[in-house]
Design a protein around this ligand. Structure first.
Ligand SMILES: [Zn+2]
Length: 105
């Protein structure tokens, strides 16, 4: 286990609210979906998104994954869809950058 793993569940700047360093409060898990600020309850069926500039993964909820700061908690398929749409538009930008790089060689 990595120390400070709890910091991985922060959704920095998304909702304009930094999480408290208080360890009891930092257990609150907030949805990373655009324009969504739902907080995860005990029995909610949430999803996890793991993405990088060229790949987008949706995973079943797994508390162990929260130590990874690339994980974005999502309250459901609607927020997953919104985040995926955002990923696709970012990907188009990335593709055009890659194309420029390829043409250069
Ligand atoms: Zn949400």
């Amino acid at each position: 286990m990595v120390h400070g793993a709890d910091s991985g569940i922060q959704t920095k700047g998304l909702q304009g609210q930094a999480m408290s360093p208080n360890p009891y409060i930092s257990t609150v898990i907030r949805c990373a979906g655009p324009n969504c600020d739902r907080i995860r309850g005990e029995n909610n069926h949430w999803l996890m998104c793991r993405s990088n500039p060229v790949a987008f993964y949706i995973e079943a909820w797994n508390s162990d994954g929260l130590g990874d700061d690339r994980i974005k908690p999502l309250c459901g398929d609607q927020c997953a869809s919104k985040l995926f749409a955002r990923f696709l538009s970012d990907l188009k930008c990335a593709e055009s950058t890659v194309a420029k790089e390829a043409n250069r060689s």
